[in-house]
Design a protein around this ligand. Structure first.
Ligand code: FAD
Length: 369
């Protein structure tokens, strides 16, 4: 089986799949032949694209109903993985959704959909983040147990687990095209030909392009560029919350010695090595200045990445309905880190025909159509 893409999606699935397969082989008393899993990553390093560019947050009240169910399940797995490995993967950083007077309807909708959120008045929000301007926040909603994710450690953990379970992990090899024959796929790469019984498409922003290379119709994915910058900001305690506009116009949080800011932009882009535009960086700084009293200094660094969405903003996970031997694992959008653990287990269970339930998740909502 060939997994195309070595970001968080491809690596987490490779580890879960190979480990589950190992347990099934053991259970069969050795009568079941083990699966050979191969991950192909075009870049020279894993996680170079979207995975390496995230804001590293786990927010249980963020995203569609399906995404929130996957995030809750992933939270439990991440706690357990951190405890097992002796290196915690999460660190608590509360999330404060802020709303102006004219955004109160949106805040109420959010509070209704997320019973774990606590409503806070202006003073409550300013107790958590005293730099918020009075005029910028009328009410807020607080997720006390939101987390920062140690993405480097998580990615490393999945790589190690995948390699230990027998997965072949290759970088600097790009899939060019492929043809399905009676015995599976003949894949052409820029490093020669390969054979695979099944192809898993975990190619992030390139997932529709990868499908096209194999003659499979697209899933209708849209990559949207998002920009992040780190600016100098005097007097920002590291424990301040993640502050997110309920209308998705900005977010910010402390990061080592500065402030991470984003205009929460969603600019359509072809699949590419995304670059931050100076305008988007300036907008991030301007919007955070508008809502806080912080003295924001020069921009230290900035980057952009592509968040890739389906039309309904749920990931697409499952076998292609028309093309035998082609499995979708794409459309992780803006939550592919916080949903990765449960999503990878779900995809592995579908691929190997084993049961796996995520409480509150309608699996059919993720099925390719
Ligand atoms: C600014 C920003 C902030 C974010 N913040 C968060 C956050 O706080 N929390 C959260 O959960 N998520 C966040 N995300 C989203 C998260 O980063 C993504 O959902 C996740 O990284 C997607 O992982 P992926 O493996 O699908 O994609 P990628 O990491 O892009 O991996 C896909 C890989 O496929 C490879 N590939 C493509 N075509 C081929 C080919 N033909 N052959 C071989 N390889 C190929 C690419 O080189 C790439 O490495 C954020 C994203 C951005 C951009």
């Amino acid at each position: 089986m060939a997994i195309i893409g070595g970001g968080m999606a491809g690596l987490s699935l490779a580890a879960e799949l190979a480990e589950l397969d190992g347990r099934l082989v053991e259970r069969s008393g050795g009568t079941r032949p083990p699966l050979h899993v191969l991950v192909l990553e075009r870049e020279n390093q894993f996680g170079y694209h979207t995975t390496g560019r995230s804001a590293a947050a786990l927010l249980e009240s963020y995203g569609t109903r399906e995404v929130r169910a996957l995030t809750r399940a992933s939270r439990t797995i991440l706690d357990a993985l951190g405890a097992e490995s002796g290196r915690p993967l999460l660190r608590t950083r509360p999330l404060v959704w802020v709303a102006r007077e004219d955004q109160l309807d949106a805040l109420n909708t959010l509070l209704t959909a997320n019973p774990a959120l606590r409503a806070a008045d202006r003073d409550g929000a300013r107790t958590l983040c005293p730099a918020l301007r009075t005029a910028a926040v009328a009410r807020a909603a607080v997720e006390r147990t939101a987390q920062d994710v140690d993405i480097e450690a998580l990615q490393q953990l999945y790589r190690t687990r995948a390699a230990t379970a027998g997965v072949t992990l290759r970088t600097a090899i790009g899939l060019e095209s492929g043809e399905r024959g009676a015995d599976g796929w003949r894949l052409t790469t820029d490093r020669g030909d390969l054979h695979a019984g099944l192809v898993v498409n975990a190619a992030g922003a390139w997932a529709d392009a990868v499908a096209g290379r194999l003659g499979v119709p697209p899933a209708g994915l849209t990559p949207l560029r998002r920009t992040v910058a780190i600016v100098n900001a005097a007097g920002v305690p590291p424990a301040w919350p993640f502050v997110l506009d309920v209308g998705d116009r900005f977010y910010f949080r402390p990061t080592s010695g500065g402030l991470l800011v984003s205009p929460a932009d969603e600019t359509p882009s072809p699949p590419a090595d995304a670059v931050a535009s100076p305008d988007a960086v300036a907008l991030a700084v301007e919007r955070v200045r508008e809502v806080t009293t912080l003295d924001l200094g020069p921009v230290r660094t900035s980057w952009a990445g592509l968040r890739t969405f389906t039309a309904d903003r749920n990931p697409v996970v499952g076998p292609d309905p028309k093309q035998e031997g082609f499995f979708w694992f794409a459309g992780q959008g803006g939550t592919g880190i916080q949903t990765a653990p449960a999503l990878a287990r779900l995809a592995a269970s579908i691929l190997l025909g084993e049961p796996y339930e995520v409480p509150g998740l309608r699996k059919s909502a993720l099925a390719p159509r």
